[in-house]
Design a protein around this ligand. Structure first.
Ligand SMILES: [Zn+2]
Length: 240
C-alpha cells in the first residue's frame, strides 16, 4: 500500500490531502490552529476532493470557530502547577516568585514567570506571551542562515504574528514570512519545517506537485514534522 499526499487550496483554505487505501473520504480539523486534512481513497480525483471540501465548508468553519472559542476557554489561569510547553518540552508553571521586572525563566522542569507583587493573571500571561515571541525571534536567524542558501532564496522580512488558523504564511510579493509565536511551544523540528515551507513558497506559490517535490528534496521528513504540529484531530467527518 502506498500513501501519497498533496496540498490543495480551496478558497482561502489550505488543505492537506493524504491518499490511502480506504473506502470513504474523511475530513478532519486539527487543533490548535484548525488545520484541515483530507484522507481520500487512492486515485480520488482532485475535483471530487474539492467538491467534498466546498460542500462541507459550513461544517469546517463551525469546527474552526469552536476551536477558537475552546482555545479561549482553556486559556491558562496562570497559576502555579499548570503545564506549559516550551520548544516541545513540558514545564510546570511557578508564579510564586516576585521580581521588580517582569521576567521568565525556564529552568529544570519549572517555568518561572516572575512579576511585580500584586500582578494579575493577565499581566503574567502578557509577560509569558512576550517571552515566547522573543524565544521564537531568537531561533529564526540560525534557521535562515542554514536554509536560505540551500533553497536559494532570501526573505526580506520575518514577522512574528499571532494567527488564528495558520502556523506560518508567506507574502511572496513582499518576500515576507509571518510566523505564529505558538511555534515556540512546539518541538524546534516543527519551526524548521514551517520556515522551510514558507521559504519554498518564494520559489513556488502553490502547494502543487512542484512544491511537494521541492519540499521532498529540501526536507524529506517534512510530513512527519507537519503531523507532529497537527496533534490529534479535533473533529472528523466521513464523506460522503
Ligand atoms: Zn504553504
Amino acid at each position: 500500500m502506498s500513501t501519497a499526499s498533496a496540498y490543495l487550496t480551496v478558497g482561502d483554505l489550505g488543505v492537506d490531502v493524504v491518499y490511502k487505501d480506504i473506502k470513504n473520504l474523511h475530513i478532519s480539523v486539527y487543533p490548535p490552529v484548525g488545520r484541515v486534512r483530507v484522507a481520500a481513497p487512492t486515485r480520488t480525483d482532485e475535483d471530487t476532493i474539492r467538491l467534498a471540501i466546498v460542500q462541507r465548508m459550513p461544517w469546517i468553519k463551525r469546527q474552526r470557530e469552536q476551536l477558537q472559542n475552546a482555545d479561549r476557554q482553556t486559556e491558562r489561569q496562570m497559576v502555579s502547577g499548570e503545564t506549559h510547553y516550551v520548544w516541545g518540552q513540558r514545564y510546570l508553571l511557578d508564579v510564586s516568585r516576585t521580581s521588580g521586572n517582569h521576567r521568565v525563566e525556564a529552568k529544570g522542569s519549572t517555568l518561572w514567570v516572575m512579576a511585580p507583587m500584586g500582578a494579575d493573571a493577565e499581566s503574567r500571561r502578557a509577560t509569558l506571551d512576550r517571552w515566547y515571541r522573543r524565544e521564537l525571534k531568537a531561533a529564526i536567524p540560525a534557521l535562515l542562515e542554514k536554509w536560505q542558501p540551500i533553497i536559494g532564496v532570501t526573505a526580506d522580512k520575518i514577522v512574528v504574528r499571532r494567527m488564528k488558523t495558520k502556523w506560518g504564511t508567506c507574502i511572496a510579493q513582499a518576500r515576507t514570512i509571518w510566523l505564529n509565536p505558538e511555534l515556540a511551544k512546539k518541538n524546534p523540528r516543527c519551526l524548521e519545517y514551517i520556515v522551510v515551507h514558507e521559504l519554498t513558497h518564494l520559489l513556488e506559490r502553490g502547494h502543487g506537485e512542484r512544491f511537494v517535490g521541492l519540499m521532498d528534496q529540501f526536507l524529506p521528513d517534512w510530513r512527519a514534522r507537519r503531523d507532529e504540529l497537527n496533534d490529534a484531530p479535533l473533529a472528523e467527518e466521513d464523506w460522503p
